[in-house]
Ligand binder design. Sequence first.
Ligand code: GLV
Ligand code: MN
Ligand code: MN
Ligand code: MN
Length: 408
Amino acid sequence: MTSVGAAFPAMWRELAPIGRHTGSGGYRRYAWTPADADCRAWFRSQAEDRGLAYETDRNGNQWAWLGDPAAGDAVVTGSHLDSVPDGGAFDGPLGVVSSFAALDELRARGARPRRPLAVVNFVDEEGARFGLACVGSRLTAGQLSPQDARALVDADGVSLAQAMEKAGQDPDAIGADPERLARVGAFVELHVEQGRALDLLDRPVGVASAIWPHGRWRFDFRGEANHAGTTRIEDRRDPMLTYATTVLAARKKARLAGALATFGKVAVEPNGVNAIASQVRGWLDSRAADEDTLAEVVAAIEQAARERGARDGVEVSVVRESFTPVVEFAHELRDTLAALLGAGAPVPVLPTGAGHDAGILSAAVPTAMLFVRNPSGVSHSPAESAAEDDCLAGVSALADVLEGLACR
Ligand code: GLV
Ligand code: MN
Ligand code: MN
Ligand code: MN
């Protein structure tokens, strides 16, 4: 009999070089790029090596089936393989690698599934390239229209439709896939924890209770380009100043409300050292435990931006680019997981501020998540980490869950 996760290190090694930036050491695996294609080829070969039935759905999500999907009531596990700019190795891939390893473990245990099982790789979870997170799962769940999806553009002006076409995926076929979701009886996503709760509790694995509501807002600050050496301070209409003040206001408003607000991406025109900017575009990511608090925080940041803009002679406009409501994972499934994993001591049950395909799917399918300890709590950075023993504890927990749900 093989030990738990015997194939884990080899799978991890194979994925490790794909899309890794030699300078930062982080990952740049953006949807429908060559690095993404390499990850997708890896997924397919893992499926085929195991004799799983491989398919790509109409939205480009990849599936590997053990058993007949048409039988329905499937137990599906998986995550994503794309990354944020200079992301860590674990956010996404840990869930996919652990899913294959958990299926191996079920086989090693001689478990006999009476429900179909599948591993899934949802395409474009991070939204790093086209600005909208969870595109693959949103399309499948009917939470994003095909027209809106096709029209998304990357920083080079390439539309999602063009990118898909180039990667050999038909953009005209995308859209809601209710028949597929109707065959899924449960979805379980394993993910590296993106905080330190498990580390503080000294536990390797936890179960998710909820995902905070979150969204992305685009702030445009329009002023006037002018000479940095000849324009008097009183004569300037400098959008950088309004932007900077807005960043400070965001931090303060969020802190006072117990929420989170981040300007992590900014584009400046004309972006010259010796020119006052004509325009600054900044993207706000904000999250809170409840939707009212989130709405209040974003409104307060917007108001601060407008007030400052009025003083600076800078025009301010704000567009909400995406919003994901609060997600409460299915209580029954969550309690089943906690019971399956809580034989020794009760398993920790935690909320998270990070978005996941599981959050999107939970509107259509009973959904749960497992978290694996991340000692530094760092994520969306090359410093993200998880110990191998904890990853194997995650595989074992996922196998317990799949066995409990599908084989009894
Ligand atoms: C996705 O990882 C997000 O929470 O932004
Ligand atoms: Mn992420
Ligand atoms: Mn993720
Ligand atoms: Mn994510």
